[in-house]
Design a protein around this ligand. Structure first.
Ligand code: DC
Length: 233
């Protein structure tokens, strides 16, 4: 069974997708991490990522996506992956930097990169009962997924959540208004970029379940999805 969870940056996809996978005993695939890994390799290779991408860059990022295997690593005793590798190198932390945040939109807009990663995602989903999260899982990767969820939340709420996460990672209790505003601007920019690209834009599949999580707790969202999946199994 495939549970597709799509939605914009900061909609709570990752947190919820992981919790749903844990609750149901499913595998979990973070497809955004795969695009991030390719973007990180593009940065390491110092490719020119200005818009529109130069032909040489397009060739190089396609080669990366087609030839450099992406793998997930596990911590003993935990069924969900905790590490991301590309070409054998652990890039778990590197792919969450602001540089990669910026580089990933142009890289993920390339059709050749998308085809290569989509194939890997389909192969994974054929192998395991999976909760797969991304932007195009219900529309392109697994349009026949048994359950397709499109998570949304207001830009304000998404920025607040992301800023809070960042602050907590740094050992602070709360984010500042400036931090929230900066993240909100970045979220709006990425939404526009992800929604307007020609290939696999961020749109809800017509038959997906639209879940607005503004004002809902993580537990409420997780339970709603797990219950719906239970009804379909
Ligand atoms: O979910 P995320 O923020 O880690 O995703 C990183 C980027 O990758 C984001 O800009 C959109 C892109 N992406 C995509 O185009 N298709 C996917 N299935 C997943 C992510």
């Amino acid at each position: 069974m495939i549970i597709a969870i799509d939605g914009p940056a900061g909609s709570g996809k990752s947190t919820v997708a992981k919790l749903v996978a844990r609750r149901l005993g499913f595998a979990y695939l973070d497809t955004g991490a795969m695009y991030r890994a390719v973007a990180w390799r593009a940065l390491v290779q110092k490719l020119d990522l200005t818009d529109p991408l130069p032909v040489e860059t397009v060739e190089s990022i396609r080669t990366i996506a087609q030839t450099e295997p992406i793998r997930f690593g596990f911590t003993p005793g935990d069924p969900l992956p905790s590490q991301v590798f590309i070409n054998g190198e652990d890039v778990t932390r590197q792919i969450r930097t602001p540089e990669v945040d910026r580089a990933v939109s142009p890289v993920s807009a390339d059709p050749g990169v998308r085809t290569a990663l989509t194939e890997q995602q389909r192969a994974f989903g054929r192998e395991y009962d999976t909760v797969m999260e991304g932007r195009d899982i219900g529309t392109v990767v697994f349009p026949a997924a048994e359950l397709k969820v499109f998570l949304t939340a207001s830009a304000e709420e998404r920025a607040r959540r992301r800023a809070q996460q960042n602050a907590e990672k740094e050992g602070r209790t709360a984010a500042s208004a400036e931090e929230i505003a900066a993240i909100r601007a970045d979220i709006l920019r990425r939404d526009a970029c992800d929604s307007s690209r020609e290939v696999a834009p961020l749109v809800a599949a017509s038959d997906s379940w639209l879940l607005d999580t503004t004002g809902m707790t993580i537990d409420e969202v997780t339970s709603a999805i797990a219950e719906k999946a239970g009804e379909l199994r």
